[in-house]
Design a protein around this ligand. Structure first.
Ligand code: 3PG
Ligand code: CO
Length: 554
């Protein structure tokens, strides 16, 4: 069994309140007109940077430092919070699927054998995000999956696409649909009946998370399962082009559409005897659709018709709920997280964010595990997010309310660790609205200030960091870093970035000699867990990535 007892830190005391603040989508980059963080008034974050140089540094938040396949992979909240919480680097979903496809093992596992049973008499439906963003899914993985099922007896395939524009440039969906149509045409040449059956923008259709708005999933269900949507087209490329041409339309928010045949009949509703695979590897935005596809008792919306299907996820999306029961690739087994260690060593823990990021500081932080380790020592508070809006409409989001909850938790002295995620830079950054993102960054900075003030009052310690970049760069750049033009205009970057993120430590409770070591130059998010454990007065487990701090004799 695991020995949960952490050794005492030889130099650092216990009993200090530690605030752990994660600014979502807050990277470090040179100031310029597309750097919303630099443009915004952020006196609190500025003062941390300009303060003691040995208590501010940058850490890596993308690529292999967070378990992604390559250094070209931008960071994201899932892998970022996994690393922050787990203190070690695990090969993540993107990489595990790559490996399983490369070896062919994906086609030999339990999940694939299960869905394969439907190939002879049913249709295989593939539902997921159509882009090469690599955050939730990847087009090349879908292509290999299509090729693989084609070689393994599938007779009829229907793809239900979700257009992206959030992890990739807006407008790129057109090219991805073209690529997919080419692949489906190749399958048709081999005698396989393969078509796109429905679609819609990821933020409008299917990919809600943390139960913020079930209507999103319902719109997907209606199109994918029932074959019903407000828009009908005979061709997906035409659908995406036409719907994009509407005023204010973009890939993220395309309305749901179904593809119909000449007689107006939907080409691919999901019916009894079919198989369904949701091909996203990332969990947060698949849990809700997985429940709707799998649960017998389900009351979140009226499903109207519940087909008897064989359903598998690309990955298992929730290890506690065992959801879905069948999947093609096993997820990383993220065990012995810092949260679990600390609670088992008596650290009373408070975690809070608003709905859209709530699971980030709980589920992802705790190694993709829902719920408490010990309900007596922990309290997780979710502030309801606004739903039905794009966050540039209300860029302050719930930053103030999150900070107030954190402040109250700190001042109550009922908690040893108070952990929050402040979503503004990320959620507003994803809209591509530069002005709104500047407002968002200011709101996040004010929230940090409120939390640090509370830490000041109780003589505590703060750790302020981020999970990946976003708001610090809002433009697509060429290799030499200049904005890339298209039709004479700069291309707005809605996605995350490859930038490092800041980490700052301080507070009256921090022992005077504590400073960042300079022998961990390539430190990343995974090094933060050991650091936080130290600040609680413990030594980190020996297999954790090394701590970022040392205690100089003063
Ligand atoms: C999303 O799901 O909103 C984006 O694809 C990634 O954003 P996140 O990693 O910051 O949640
Ligand atoms: Co994001």
């Amino acid at each position: 069994g695991v020995s949960w007892k952490l050794a005492d830190h030889p130099k650092l005391p216990k009993g200090k309140t530690v605030a752990v603040v994660v600014l979502d989508g807050w990277g470090e980059a040179k100031p310029n007109e597309y750097n919303c963080i630099a443009t915004a008034e952020t006196p609190c974050m500025d003062s941390l940077k300009k303060g003691a140089p040995e208590r501010w540094r940058l850490v890596r938040a993308h690529g292999t430092a967070v378990g992604l396949p390559t250094e070209d992979d931008m960071g994201n909240s899932e892998v970022g919070h996994n690393a922050l919480g787990a203190g070690r680097i695990f090969a993540q979903g993107a990489k595990l699927v790559d490996i399983a496809l490369a070896s062919g093992k994906i086609f030999e596992g339990e999940g694939f054998n299960y869905i394969k049973e439907s190939f002879a008499n049913g249709t295989l439906h593939l539902i997921g995000l159509l882009s090469d963003g690599g955050v939730h899914s990847r087009l090349d993985q879908l292509q290999l999956l299509l090729k693989g099922v084609g070689e393994r007896g599938v007779k009829r395939v229907r793809v239900h696409i979700l257009t992206d524009g959030r992890d990739v440039l807006d407008g790129s969906s057109v090219g991805f649909v073209e690529t997919l149509e080419n692949d489906l045409a190749k399958l048709r040449e081999k005698g396989i009946d393969a078509k796109i059956a429905s679609g819609g923008g990821r933020m409008n259709v299917t990919m809600d998370r943390y139960e913020n708005d079930w209507n999103v999933v319902k719109r997907g269900w209606d199109a994918q399962v029932l074959g019903e949507a407000p828009y009908k087209f005979t061709n997906a490329l035409e659908a995406v082009k036409k719907l994009r041409a509407e005023p204010k339309a973009n890939d993220q928010y395309l309305p749901p559409f179904v593809i119909v045949d000449e007689s107006g009949k939907p080409v691919g509703p999901i019916v009894d005897g079919d198989a369904v695979v949701t091909f996203n590897f990332r969990a947060d935005r698949m849990v809700m659709i997985a429940k709707s596809l799998e649960y017998e008792n389900f009351d979140k919306f009226d499903r109207v018709r519940v087909p008897k299907i064989r359903y598998a996820g690309m990955l298992e999306y929730d290890g506690e709920l065992k959801l879905p029961s069948h999947y093609l690739v096993s997820p990383p087994e993220i065990d012995r997280t810092s949260g679990e260690y600390l609670v088992k060593n008596g650290i009373r823990t408070f975690a809070c964010s608003e709905t859209v990021k709530f699971g980030h500081v709980t589920f992802f932080w705790n190694g993709n595990r829902s719920g408490y380790f010990n309900a007596e020592l922990e309290k997780y508070v979710e502030i309801p997010s606004d739903s039905g809006i794009t966050f540039n409409e209300k860029p302050n989001m719930k930053a103030l309310q999150i900070a107030e909850k954190a402040r109250d938790a700190i001042l109550s002295r009922n908690f040893d660790q108070v952990r929050v995620n402040l979503p503004n830079g990320d959620m507003v950054g994803h809209t591509g609205d530069i002005e709104a993102t500047v407002v968002a960054c200011k709101a996040a900075d004010e929230a940090v200030k409120m939390i640090l003030d509370a830490i000041e009052q109780v003589g505590g310690i703060y750790v302020v960091t981020a999970d990946h970049g976003n708001a610090e760069d809002m433009v697509k750049r060429d290799k030499s870093g200049n904005p890339l033009l298209k039709d004479g205009k700069v291309q707005i970057l809605t996605s995350h970035t490859l930038e490092p993120v800041p980490i700052a430590i301080g507070g009256p409770g921090l022992s005077p000699g504590v400073r960042f070591r300079n022998d961990v130059p390539s430190g990343g998010l995974a090094n933060v867990a050991a650091t936080v454990i130290n600040l609680h007065g413990f030594e980190a487990p020996s297999d954790y990535e090394q701590t970022l701090i040392e205690v100089a004799d003063k």
